[in-house]
Design a protein around this ligand. Structure first.
Ligand code: NOJ
Length: 759
């Protein structure tokens, strides 16, 4: 035993030696290079620019950018991709600048590069970190084949407010699941060797707390206690750092009253000193400049503040480029501040292998071989089908039979433009599969009768806002009544109605907050008319956020939430509708009944006057006009089969801090289909020195069961799972009673208790 331990130590210490030898080599290289750099060239490395509004459509790089690259005044570019364009830009840096320092090339590769996967919120509903990692791996392969070496992803902002459009870009409301997803995505992008030409540097964002924007209003103020930050909001960023993420993007919002982009506590004390982050920090798009509007001073002042706080790279705004030299001469910043930032950017380039070969990501024949292949499309189809959440299935309307006549109704039923969702810079919606096409592919024997039925919205002002970057919401030449009449007639001629309704792609995403998160009125009218026909109606729902669906839940027999499923969404949706794949997704955000309940999240505190279901309401934490319940709770999602959980069995009723606890339950497939269940374990620390949530997700396991089959699922907890942040922000455990809950969602659970001793 002792021998094994020693070998372990030997291996570990030789790995450390190796690592430090590599670090030493990098330090020497970078120091040598920096000793030859002018002040202007050092500041130039801190400058990240985009040639032409994010996506270059005309010239590869605009004139100003070209000149600056030649002068060594640009550290990186984003917004261009494709080997030819990237090579041209890299040539400017490597062949024409004095020191030949290569550029890094970034892009918002968020849920795929060209083969698009479900939006991140959808991906999170797979609860499958292997699939999520696979999606990031494919995205990295495609992006690197297209000349890129840096992705502005993963976005891991915890969000409890579905009014906020960017809830679509993250992994939901839970810090534990969010942390696992953050790690999986970093692994997927970066692999275990960043110098490989198919791995790219990840950038975790938006650091920090962006998802807590007040009222869900985009770019709004954030204000929260440190305990709240540490326990709920910071863990996914920390997980990405622990997984070795190469870069971090600061967020637009304030943290403790200071914009994140110039927040020294955040960018230096927490990120580097406490968490040990070794990479570089980039601002968000002009977030340095925006500090003037925040009320922090003029461009020179805010640029100096940001640099001193620990920001290394300035995205687009050129505040660093245009003011740092002056600030240095006036003693407002030091040479050491500039050198530290410059060193981190150069280290990133070194780690990517760009000094060995600036063209390692630029191979002209890679795109044809590695982008949008049969394999990537098959993966997109598989992953999409796992992301869908079956919200309701009364009378087993689903799966559908592959015969008879289907009325396929709705503005999203045959609409390529809206298949991919938000952030699809390199994605081509023309290559996506619509639901109409998917149904034809999967169930060729059925008759499809199609009617659009409604515009996505009839509200032209709203449509204009949604269409700011391109027309996603079209107003039909027919009147709303004509569309509706046609749809009802079509429904009446069919056996079953599949209504494909929901949000347009850019109704969620950046700058897409909504105060009303119900289905647009035009579509509600359509749905009501379809339900009135008496035909069985299946609602296939496109959404980038939780929607308020109380009427739909009460009145529509079947609801399948498909988010924005990506390139292969149409095929994947058809796979699920016709039972080729039995849905297994589980929600990672709570679906409220009404916006008035927001924020509504499962891991809330109990309060001193807890809400009681069906209990007296006077002097309780509740509303006069509505219950506290969501329509669908966190962790919820049905299957075509049903699962039952036995009572929970604990191997001990009391554990010491040095011991582990086993919690087991038998899950049985009690329905008529084989299927996969995600068994979830939550705990509650009943009494602690800081109040704790009513439930916290601590573990989950996916279990595949044939119909009739049972399996025992065992979870293990140790003292680390029982810790929390105390008032001194120390992670501690306290002895006492804990409740443990196991079930298929956060609401419907079996419960048991155990105690933890002090020693
Ligand atoms: C602004 C967004 O907040 C961020 O997520 C994105 O990476 C940058 N723009 C670059 O496009």
């Amino acid at each position: 035993m002792k021998g094994i331990k020693n070998i372990g130590i030997l291996i570990l210490s030789s790995a450390c030696l190796q690592l430090s030898a590599q670090d030493a080599k990098m330090n020497t290289y970078v120091s040598n290079l920096m000793s030859r750099m002018t002040l202007e060239e050092k500041i130039g490395q801190l400058n990240l620019v985009t040639p032409g509004g994010g996506v270059a459509t005309g010239a590869v790089v605009s004139q100003g950018v070209e000149d600056n690259i030649r002068k060594g005044l640009v550290g990186g570019l984003f917004g261009i991709y494709g080997p030819e364009k990237v090579r041209k830009a890299q040539d400017l840096a490597v062949k024409n600048s004095r020191l030949h320092i290569p550029l890094i090339f970034g892009l918002d590769v968020i849920h795929g590069h060209k083969t698009m996967f479900p939006i991140p919120l959808g991906l999170s509903c797979t609860w499958d970190t292997a699939l999520i990692e696979k999606s990031a791996r494919i995205a990295a392969t495609e992006a690197s084949a297209d000349g890129l070496n840096w992705a502005f992803s993963p976005m891991v902002d915890i969000a409890r407010d579905p009014r906020w459009g960017r809830i679509s870009e993250g992994g939901g409301e839970d810090p534990y699941l969010g942390s696992l997803i953050a790690k999986a995505m970093v692994r997927g992008y970066q692999g275990n060797d960043l110098t490989k030409n198919n791995t790219i540097m990840a950038c975790v964002k938006h650091f920090a707390l962006y998802g807590a924007a007040e009222a869900g209003r985009e770019y709004n103020t954030v204000d929260m206690s440190r305990i709240q930050m540490y326990q709920y909001y910071l863990p996914p960023y920390k997980a990405a750092v622990d997984a070795g993420v190469g870069s971090v993007m600061s967020s637009f919002n304030v943290v403790d009253g200071i914009p994140a982009t110039a927040n020294k506590w955040l960018l230096t004390d927490l990120l580097r000193k406490q968490w040990g982050f070794k990479g570089f920090v980039v601002s968000d798009y002009t977030s340095v400049n925006e500090m003037t509007a925040h009320g922090m001073g003029d461009l020179q002042t805010v640029s100096a503040l940001a640099l001193k706080a620990g920001l290394d790279m300035d995205m687009v705004g050129e505040g660093f480029l245009t003011t740092l030299k002056k600030s240095l001469s006036e003693g407002k910043i030091t040479q050491a501040n500039i050198d530290a930032a410059c060193r981190r950017i150069l280290e990133a380039k070194y780690k990517l292998g760009l000094f060995d070969d600036p063209y390692r990501y630029i191979t002209e024949d890679r795109p044809a071989k590695e982008i949008m292949t049969d394999e990537t499309r098959a993966a997109a189809r598989e992953i999409a089908s796992h992301s869908f959440v079956l919200l309701k299935n009364k009378n087993q309307v689903l799966p559908l039979k592959k015969s008879g006549t289907i009325a396929l109704i709705g503005p999203l039923a045959n609409n390529k433009r809206n298949m991919l969702g938000t952030w699809t810079i390199a994605g081509d919606f023309n290559k996506s599969v619509t639901i109409m096409e998917g149904i034809k592919n999967v169930a060729s024997g059925i008759t499809i009768k199609y009617a659009k039925g409604a515009n996505i919205t009839d509200d032209t002002t709203f449509a204009k806002h949604v269409n700011a970057l391109g027309v996603e919401v079209e107003t039909d030449a027919h009147t709303p009544q004509e569309l509706l009449n046609e749809a009802v007639a079509t429904a009446n001629q069919s056996d079953v109605v599949v209504a494909v309704l929901g949000e347009a792609a850019d109704m969620a995403g950046e700058s897409s907050s909504r105060s009303d998160i119900s289905l647009p009125e035009s579509q509600q009218n359509l749905l009501k008319a379809l339900v009135k026909t008496g035909k069985p109606v299946v609602l296939v729902l496109f959404n980038g956020r939780p929607l308020t669906l109380p009427w739909e839940n009460a009145n529509v027999p079947a609801i399948l939430d498909v988010w924005f499923g990506g390139t292969e969404a149409g095929n994947a949706i058809a796979d699920v509708l016709f039972g080729n794949y039995n849905p297994s997704g589980k929600l990672t955000t709570t679906f409220p009944q009404s916006v008035g309940q927001i924020p509504l999240y499962y891991n809330h505190k109990n309060t001193g006057r807890p809400y009681e279901e069906n209990g007296p309401t006077k002097f309780k934490s509740d509303y006069l006009d509505i219950s506290n319940d969501p329509v669908y709770p966190f962790g919820y999602g049905l299957s075509y089969t049903t699962f039952s959980y036995s009572d929970i069995h604990l191997n001990k009723s009391t554990i010491k801090p040095s011991e582990t606890l086993s919690i087991s339950t038998t899950v049985t497939n009690t329905g008529n289909y084989d299927g996969e269940e995600t068994a979830q374990l939550y705990i509650q620390d009943v009494a602690a020195s800081v109040t704790q949530p009513v439930k916290e997700l601590k573990k989950f396991q996916k279990v595949f069961l044939h119909k009739g089959e049972s399996k025992e699922v065992t979870f293990t907890l140790n003292v680390n799972d029982l810790k929390f942040y105390n008032s001194d922000l120390k992670m501690i455990y306290e002895p006492g009673q804990f409740n443990v809950f196991v079930g298929g969602n956060s609401r419907d659970v079996k419960q048991a208790s155990f105690s933890l001793t002090a020693h």
